[in-house]
Design a binder for this molecule. Structure first.
Ligand code: SAH
Ligand code: SF4
Ligand code: F3S
Length: 440
């Protein structure tokens, strides 16, 4: 086994997925060769997520699985949010791990790798003291058509349930000129879709004298020649401005899709969560979005069973879901997390009650999606072709609203992947649409 082969598995959000693209590029630059399985690799890396307990457990399960391979020339590394949160405790829980590094330390990866190559068994990168977001020219993007760009790292909010401020550190925005330069290079390389990333993407504040806010940056990225779609995630409701909606209304390159996590429909719970907005303030933003002529698809995140959430609070969440009619939703049972304020809150909701509330929310949302998707039958929608489902004999496309639209097309062998095509929607399910192309 060559000593310079590596395998990386990524858990968690798009920020982590993109971080892994940067890490892979950095490793290749250092002379490492990617291999297809952990068995083949000398260096096995896990880029981890700590947002809920279940996510955190995944990495420890993986490490357990490969325990017997340590000492047989394999080296294990834990990156990302669990690494930052647990730090050197990881060496105790999994003694065969040699590298522990959080996302704020990736700029030091080349040096950390040199230490590992020298046989060092306890190498760490755990400082959060950086005022920059990690950037590299060597990013290995997984998708040849859609490219992620980090515009802001970290989080300065302090939601009572959330580990992110502890795992990713304070907020730091990239200079607008550097973001624009990256967008132009990506367009020249043939990417047609750009996704701007940040834990709170719309809290972006240009540190350079240009001083752009997020809406300005979004509008400018939408003007880059060759870019046909721009998305962004995740938006914090408190920093979500009318100018963002105006930018989307003005330019069809900016996708008609916004993810705006609400967490709860009860202002009382929102206050306990320290979300910095009330239900009414959130609904005002939804009204701006609904007033846009672009027919903007809305999605959200919901937490059920936050400590002290009463039946009345929960009923308000259901009522908000009915009022907004989201196009899609991620819903979670509250999971107590290390370091967070909510750990000390009283009136924990029992697990079976959280489960009951989760199922109710999901059922409610499913009915809304069935109804909303059915209403789109007969529409012609443009998709970016992402792949082919050979078993079903269908192409897989994605609409500007970020919905999967599977479709038939007479071309089956010549690759349509990466093209933009109009598709007639003929069928709809709760989670996807189906259709036909070309449209007669
Ligand atoms: N920055 C984004 C959220 C990022 S985390 C925002 O502020 O909206 C993604 C989602 O995970 C959150 O929106 C929340 O719904 C969920 N989440 C975070 N911490 C959680 C916890 N302790 N238990 C359950 N869900 C949680
Ligand atoms: Fe977590 Fe809140 Fe920051 Fe989002 S805004 S990452 S939920 S602390
Ligand atoms: Fe998870 Fe870290 Fe993202 S905790 S959700 S990988 S920021």
């Amino acid at each position: 086994m060559s000593s310079k082969t590596f395998y990386i598995e990524t858990f968690g959000c798009q920020m982590n997925v993109h971080d892994s693209e940067k890490v892979v590029g950095t490793l290749i630059r250092q002379g490492y060769e990617p291999v297809a399985t952990p068995e083949q690799a000398h260096l096995v890396l896990y880029n981890t997520c700590s947002i809920r307990d279940k996510a955190e457990q995944k990495v420890f399960n993986r490490l357990q699985q490969f325990k017997r391979d340590a000492g047989r020339g394999k080296v294990f590394g834990v990156l990302g949010c669990v690494a930052q949160q647990e730090g050197e405790r990881i060496f105790e829980r999994a003694p065969h791990v040699s590298l522990v590094a959080g996302s704020a330390s990736y700029a030091q990866l080349p040096q950390l790798l040199v230490q590992i190559e020298a046989g060092n068994r306890r190498v760490t990168g755990l400082s959060l003291e950086t005022d920059e977001a990690f950037e590299t020219d060597f990013t290995r993007r997984d998708n040849p058509h859609r490219a992620y760009i980090t515009i802001i790292e970290g989080c300065d909010k302090s939601c009572a349930y959330c580990v992110v401020p502890f795992t990713r550190g304070p907020e730091r925005s990239r200079a607008s000129a550097s973001i624009m330069a990256e967008a132009r290079v990506l367009a020249e390389q043939g990417f047609t879709e750009i996704q701007l990333l940040g834990q709170n993407v719309n809290s972006y504040r240009d540190p350079s004298p240009a001083g752009w806010d997020f809406a300005t940056l979004l509008a400018r990225v939408g003007e880059v020649d060759g870019i046909r779609r721009v998305r962004f995630t995740t938006s914090h409701p408190r920093d979500f401005t009318k100018e963002i909606v105006d930018a989307i209304s003005a330019n069809p390159v900016l996708c008609n899709q916004v993810h705006l996590p609400v967490q709860s429909g009860s202002s009382r719970v929102l206050e306990c969560m320290d979300r910095l907005y009330t239900r009414d303030e959130y609904m005002r933003r939804i009204e701006w979005l609904k007033a846009s002529p672009r027919n903007i698809a809305l999605s959200t995140d919901i937490i059920v069973g936050f400590p002290g959430e009463t039946e009345a609070d929960f009923a308000q969440t259901l009522d908000l879901i009915d009022q907004v009619e989201y196009d899609s939703m991620f819903s979670f049972k509250y999971s107590p997390r290390p370091n967070t304020a909510a750990l000390t809150f009283e009136d924990a909701i029992p697990e079976d009650e959280k489960q009951r509330r989760l199922l109710i929310v999901q059922e409610r949302q499913r009915a809304i999606q069935i109804r909303r998707n059915a209403a789109r039958i007969g529409n012609v929608e443009e998709v970016l072709v992402e792949g082919r489902n050979h078993a079903l004999g269908q192409w897989i496309g994605r609409t500007s609203q970020n919905q999967t639209l599977n479709f038939t097309h007479p071309d089956t062998d010549a690759s349509l992947i990466g093209r933009y095509l109009p598709v007639l929607v003929t069928r709809a399910g709760p989670n996807s649409l189906a259709g036909e192309s070309p449209v007669m």
